[in-house]
Design a protein around this ligand. Structure first.
Ligand code: PEP
Length: 247
């Protein structure tokens, strides 16, 4: 049985003081949900958020990391630094980072490094608009998986986030049945590598999730969670985290 997970990707929002302000109100409301909740703040807010999440059951994650432990990589953050900051999950290969030039090869190195350091990678993928229009999204997803997971043994601690680029940050979510079709394709791909792990790995959907549409995504058999951007930045995130309760 895969436990549902709802991840708040704050992107480049929420300074430490803003995070403290939001979490003071939000943490009591989302600390005993049926789904696992995860906060992904910017690096500079990790320590402040770690303190506020201590003992709440809400997990802490980072939005990126370098694959090396240390060295001449100005402006980068290493897995060792994330471990010390109490990070349990790391987002890798988000489309907004790929747009800045992050390659599949680099994401692959990061996934290997995260696994070696015991940090759970949330491996992002998803097709752009033009690929969707050409009807080749499954081939595109398969190529991304080849790049990201090449030479890597699957483990149940990995997560995959299917985030079609045309749905991310646009206010135009995918259709939940269509997201299920892509999630099911991803699970079949994983099963070709390791059938046991493929049943255990959680697959998330991300892209314009809000409190009105989350339940339809999480009712799909291969969608085990949500990656939430814009709608995670205020107290209404409670409604997303408690998607299975009456309000
Ligand atoms: C994201 O960027 O991970 C995301 C899902 O953003 P949004 O919810 O704003 O579409």
């Amino acid at each position: 049985m895969r436990k549902k997970i709802i991840a708040a990707n704050w992107k480049m929002n929420m300074s430490a003081s803003q995070a403290e302000f939001l979490l003071a109100a939000l943490v009591p409301k989302i600390s005993n949900t049926s789904a696992e909740c995860l906060i992904l703040p910017p690096f500079t807010s990790l320590y402040a958020v770690k303190k506020l999440l201590a003992g709440t059951g809400i997990a802490l994650g980072a939005q990126n990391m370098h694959y090396m432990d240390n060295g001449p990589f100005t402006g980068e953050i290493s897995p060792l630094m994330l471990k010390e900051a109490g990070v349990e999950y790391v987002l890798l290969g988000h489309s907004e980072r790929r747009a800045l030039g992050e390659s599949g090869e680099m994401i692959n190195l990061k996934v290997k490094s995260a696994v070696n350091h015991g940090i759970k990678p949330i491996i992002c993928l998803g097709e752009p608009q033009e690929v969707r229009e050409s009807g080749t999204e499954l081939e595109f997803i398969s190529n991304q998986l080849d790049e990201e997971l090449g030479g890597i043994c699957l483990c149940s601690e990995m997560l995959i986030a299917y985030e079609p680029i045309w749905a991310t940050g646009t206010g135009c979510p995918a259709d939940s049945a269509d997201a299920q079709r892509c999630a099911s394709f991803i699970r079949s791909y994983l099963a070709m590598k390791d059938s046991q792990c493929a049943q255990e790995i959680r697959i998330l959907y991300g892209g314009s999730i809000n409190s009105s549409n989350i339940a339809s995504f999480l009712s799909q058999s291969d969608i085990d969670g949500a990656l939430v951007g814009g709608a995670s930045l205020n107290e209404s995130f409670e409604r997303i985290a408690r998607y299975d309760e009456e309000f």
